[in-house]
Design a binder for this molecule. Sequence first.
Ligand code: ADP
Length: 396
Amino acid sequence: MSKDSVLVINCGSSSLKFAVINPKTEEESISGIAERLVGNEAFITWKLNGEKQTLNLGAAGHEGAIEALVGVLRDNNLMEHIEAIGHRVVHGGEKFTESTLINDDVIKGIEDCSHLAPLHNPAHLQGIRACLKYFPGLPQSVVFDTAFHQTMPAESYLYAVPYSLYKEHGLRRYGMHGTSYRYVSKTAADMLGLDYDNSAILVAHLGNGASACAVKNGKSVDTTMGLTPLEGLVMGTRSGDIDPNVFSFLNKQLGYSLDEITDILNKKSGLLGLSEMDNDCRVIEDAAAQGNERAQLTLDVFCNVLAKKLAGFAAEMGRIDALVFTGGIGENSSVIRKNVLERLSIFGFEVDEKANEETFRGKSGVITKSGSTVAIVVATNEELMIARDTEALIAG
Ligand code: ADP
């Protein structure tokens, strides 16, 4: 049995996703999720050889989920293939500019960034500590969502608020989805034969959470998410950019508390709030296709905000070598891609209708006509990127 695979762990506040991936062959031998880790109805589901299985875990927290995962891996003879563990970590603040192997200082560093991601970083730490206990002796790494954006210049990441808030409290833009941007921008450059170190690539990562990024010469120079994932684009349930005085308006005029307003902007806005239908883009697209005006308006707001951001990034980079669509919506929705590209026709985009229609469900490829500025769909794979980083780190 060869030790050739990485166990990728992604802990959320009440869930834990995992996958065992061979970074060389890109083969995924098992993947799954442990859910409801708060309460006493936790369960773990996994997919192996095309078959799905579930096990109830009772009152398991993250540690109980890792213990159960060890059992699943042992029972399926996968344990002996695992050479290392790679953890996704949402926030690395200004401390972490790249992926790194875990030691006591790194754990302390993640703790120090917890105030910037109070729901995520403590959950990641629970997963890391449980893995240290249940996989003793295996090297472990952390791969940060924020790290790729640490190359942003100060003119991109600073808010125009009192400078002391940045200096003393870290109030600045950090950005998210960095692992996805790193993967899809490099993959797009390779597919298009671009020199990555001398390129200007726009990326729209459109999932339930959505953001865009300007990648110049292989480095993030600007992105739409900020201190938190709320800033920027219209998302499934997040508002994206709003006038910050909406907070005082909702509080003073309508009597909402701070927590209620945060809840409205994060969980009840975006596609869901505007359409009053669903946060799932498919539902809204279907309604729009049947003539529902609100649904069409919702899609248009989503695309208008995205197009304006991308146009701004194009100005910042001075040129566009490629625009990459990724994430659940970016990879699957020909409707959204066409709508956005038509708004950006000033930059020379011309949609290839057939290619656009035929690119979905994990397919990657160019969706613009020859002679057009290039737009391309690339299926993201953050887990593979984490596995690759982890293997590179243990290889030294
Ligand atoms: P997350 O941010 O949770 O990782 P994903 O990248 O998995 O999200 O994207 C999920 C979203 O992708 C869904 O909410 C749905 O809106 C959208 N989506 C998936 N398939 C399609 C499709 N065929 N057409 C339009 N939107 C789609």
